[in-house]
Design a protein around this ligand. Sequence first.
Ligand SMILES: NC(=O)c1ccc[n+]([C@@H]2O[C@H](COP(=O)([O-])OP(=O)(O)OC[C@H]3O[C@@H](n4cnc5c(N)ncnc54)[C@H](O)[C@@H]3O)[C@@H](O)[C@H]2O)c1
Length: 436
Amino acid sequence: MKIAIVGTGYVGLVSAACFAELGHTVCGVDIDAAKIRKLKEGISPIYEPGLEELIVSGLKSGRLTFTTELTEALPGCSIVFCAVATPPGEGYKADLRAVFTVAKTVAERTESDIVFVTKSTVPVGTGKKCEELITETLKARGATFRIPVVSNPEFLREGMAVPDTLMPDRIVVGVNHDEGAKELMEELYRPITRVGKPIVFMTRESAEIVKYASNSFLATKISFINMLTELTEKTEANIRDVAMGIGLDNRIGPRFLHAGIGYGGSCFPKDVKALLATGKELGVPMDIIEATDRINFRQRQRFFDRILKSLPARATVGIWGLSFKPKTDDMREAPSLDLLPALVRNGHTVRAYDPAAMETARPLLPKEIVYVDDLFAAADKADAVVLLTEWDIFRGVDLNELKRRMKGADLFDGRNVYEPKEVVRASLIYHGIGIC
Ligand SMILES: NC(=O)c1ccc[n+]([C@@H]2O[C@H](COP(=O)([O-])OP(=O)(O)OC[C@H]3O[C@@H](n4cnc5c(N)ncnc54)[C@H](O)[C@@H]3O)[C@@H](O)[C@H]2O)c1
């Protein structure tokens, strides 16, 4: 099948490369000309394991192309995906301007019937608004093409985006009374459903809600365990044991019960807040989600206050990890964006190392930060080292070597990855979260 994907960011680019890998013919469209130039040369503009290889093989096979011109991409396509960003707008409502621009442009430029699919995360009711906009635009140009609007939310995790796209837990498709569009979506995803992955059809509105509900539920699990860290810190309890004790219950499960400095990234914080905004708009209380958001903010602040209070004047602080999570260079809502400026403001010297995100981080962080190209170099003569992102390379670090390189002895473990006993054995002082 021939398709176009508008927006070649983390979602659109991975989808484009994976659909091409699965045998479809895909054209990726983006307004960012520099990005498209790189892509045409087979260079991935983002760090995502396995992605560049797929781009190169897609280009070679001729099934994957890129352009800045939507008009070039549309001819012959059965489906056009909208995968542009929906960042927080006024009052944390999702900013849908890019989605509406794409919907309108498709209606202005298409010369045949085409299914318009929103892969971007959009609040309930957006599909209906796109449909109205498309109908209006077609009417204005006197065209009678059929452009049904389908919702197909994306659930990939950055760092795991390629396997998540090729082998998703489920594919959710929201279609309202359009058998033709439903059949096309079935055909598109057949290479994945054929190997046993489920595709579930529902109304467009249900599919739109599923996306926000999934992310908010996962965020709530994280905030739930983080809420308990305040309790375990004041008692003889250990949050790891508590999480294990809870998670072994099959009804609950162990995942997303890992205490730490809270969630960040391009999705959880914005989607939680956008669901709150939708609730407010429709007069529906969202008490649990409100608490999830509040706890996440407090958790990060509590840990950062502990660090700032413990440091001597004009300290040197080694930072391990800048991206919001491992295996990505994405800096959106990363904890480092709060902590590092606070350290600099307080007169401290910051030496930072991240395996992939230093280039994306640099323009977002104070110019005083010293970037180094190895984890021990970040710890050199440091009064304290703070782990912010649990990249594998930090997990297995030689703690004795770390102690030798440092001036002080404080190790702040923002992700609870180290064994406190081992840290103490290396003559370091362990500061975890929820561990007494
Ligand atoms: N990043 C994730 O892990 C993830 C996971 C699931 C869902 N989502 C959702 O998917 C959507 C996209 O997220 P992302 O992280 O890929 O965003 P992104 O910022 O990485 O990419 C968006 C791309 O769209 C392009 N763009 C913007 N306006 C355009 C236009 N009018 N025409 C063509 N291109 C345009 C931008 O240049 C950019 O390359 C968002 O709604 C997000 O919430 C993201």
